[in-house]
Design a protein around this ligand. Structure first.
Ligand SMILES: [Zn+2]
Length: 457
């Protein structure tokens, strides 16, 4: 018998206690922790919470971030102009490119200090000519969580989170997943989880690091890519080809091991009838399933398996699999029920985790703290069903203005026939023309693409 949703979320909040900020709560915490289900909060209530939270955060950045205040003044907007829900669109948005526009060396540290809201901790950088990773590591040692994502050019999107923002972000991810994967009993002893990204404790990449929370929630977590993943390693992969044949050979062996390990893990879970949750890059599962197919093996994980994919659907350089096809194939090969195979859309710049509902596989937007916008070429909001540039106002960040225009093209779909009270995005999100490919899974894919690109030996 499945547990009541209310009980289920109570259990979740108990486990997540270390991630919940102490009271008194600001409107931001209220909007994040209070709703039982932020994908299904009555519209009026959700709008009110969201307005208060975003206004609060906007005022905070305006008052504590000199650079953003200047930007707002240039746009003739002050917190006093945001009087009701209808004024939210006035909040000045930053282009995502802005977070990539950093100088190198010690200047990079200054740049970070500039975009940071509030007072930075004391950061010590010993080296004369610090590398990108050196600067980030120094900030993180001082208590921040600076993470990045990258594009094919090897240029990173760098986002500085303070402890508060980082806790909120991880809580938001966990709550989004758990809400939609209900009634999967994630807290049980026999739950195993596979983080289909790099080890959260060995990387500064956002998509890897955010997996820390998975390690917190389940009893038996594991990760697919255990090696240390640095900006330099990605840069080499992005440039195509590695420094030498020796490195290339070593990578190749590593990558084969990664897939073999994942296949072994899947078989073991299936054999022992364990509960198995998988989160992360779909292409890793894709390759594991190729291997199972080669062996002529199918598994019967049924409702004991749950998958939440994220970060992009490129498998090879010019090939991407449609989400629906992936679901069907996963059902055929792993035997997992399709309503426990969900996709999630998120990015390093924001703290909103947009996720499939199990019934319709529509991408639902959390409604109490995150305000989505779809913009045309002139920056004007377009209506439902029209494609445009995705932008958002995200209340969860206290360390950088998370009011951002992304490089993705989306369509708002309005209400979903699953009945949940939140608007949705069309399930196929695309990079806008002229924008480079990137995303959580993309750098992992590039790293592994060396030998997984089709013909193996
Ligand atoms: Zn739905």
């Amino acid at each position: 018998m499945a547990m009541e949703f209310k009980e289920y979320m109570k259990k979740f909040n108990e486990i997540m206690e270390p991630y919940i900020l102490p009271k008194p709560w600001s409107p931001v915490e209220e909007a994040l922790y209070k709703p039982l289900n932020f994908f299904d909060t009555p519209k009026k209530e959700a709008e009110e919470m969201r307005f208060k939270a975003i206004k609060y955060t906007f005022k905070h950045h305006y008052e504590n971030n000199a650079f953003y205040q200047k930007f707002c003044k240039e746009n003739n907007v002050t917190p006093d102009d945001i009087k009701s829900v209808d004024d939210l669109y006035k909040i000045p948005l930053l282009e995502d490119k802005f977070f990539k526009d950093y100088p190198s060396g010690k200047e990079f540290a200054l740049w970070l200090a500039n975009i940071f809201t509030g007072k930075l901790p004391n950061v010590v950088i010993n080296k004369k000519k610090p590398s990108f990773e050196d600067v980030i590591t120094a900030f993180n040692k001082a208590g921040l969580i600076i993470s990045y994502s990258s594009g094919t050019s090897g240029r990173h999107t760098v986002i500085p989170r303070d402890k508060k923002t980082w806790l909120r972000s991880q809580y938001a991810l966990a709550k989004s997943v758990v809400t939609m994967i209900y009634p999967f009993p994630f807290w049980k002893e026999n739950v195993y989880a596979q983080w289909l990204m790099s080890n959260p404790f060995k990387t500064n990449i956002f998509a890897g690091k955010i997996g820390e929370v998975v390690y917190h929630i389940v009893k038996n977590p594991d990760c697919a890519i255990d090696r240390q993943v640095t900006a330099e390693l990605i840069r080499q992969a992005m440039m195509g080809g590695f420094k030498s044949k020796v490195i290339q050979m070593a990578m190749k062996r590593e990558n084969k091991k990664t897939i073999n390990k994942l296949v072994r893990w899947l078989k073991e879970r299936d054999k022992n009838k364990d509960l198995a949750g998988m989160l992360g890059a779909p292409f890793l599962l894709h390759f594991a399933m190729n291997k199972l197919e080669e062996e002529g093996v199918t598994l019967n994980m049924e409702d004991r398996g749950a998958i939440v994919t994220g970060g992009g659907w490129k498998i090879y350089e010019h090939e991407r699999i449609p989400v629906k096809e992936f679901r069907k194939r996963t059902n055929e090969i792993l035997g997992i029920v399709e309503n426990q195979i969900l996709d999630l859309y998120a990015m390093v710049e924001g703290n909103g985790f947009i996720i499939h509902c199990p019934e319709e596989h529509a991408l639902h937007i959390p409604s109490t703290y995150y305000y989505p916008l779809v913009l045309d070429k002139n920056g004007e909001a377009v209506g439902e069903g029209e494609e445009g540039r995705f932008a958002f106002l995200d209340a969860l960040s206290s360390s950088y203005p998370s009011f951002i225009i992304t490089g993705d093209n989306v369509k708002l779909n309005g209400e979903c026939s699953c009945g949940r009270n939140s608007i949705t995005l069309h399930p196929e999100v695309r990079r806008a023309a002229g924008e480079e490919m990137r995303g959580c899974a993309e750098e992992m894919r590039k790293m592994l693409a060396v030998d997984l690109s089709g013909k193996n030996d």
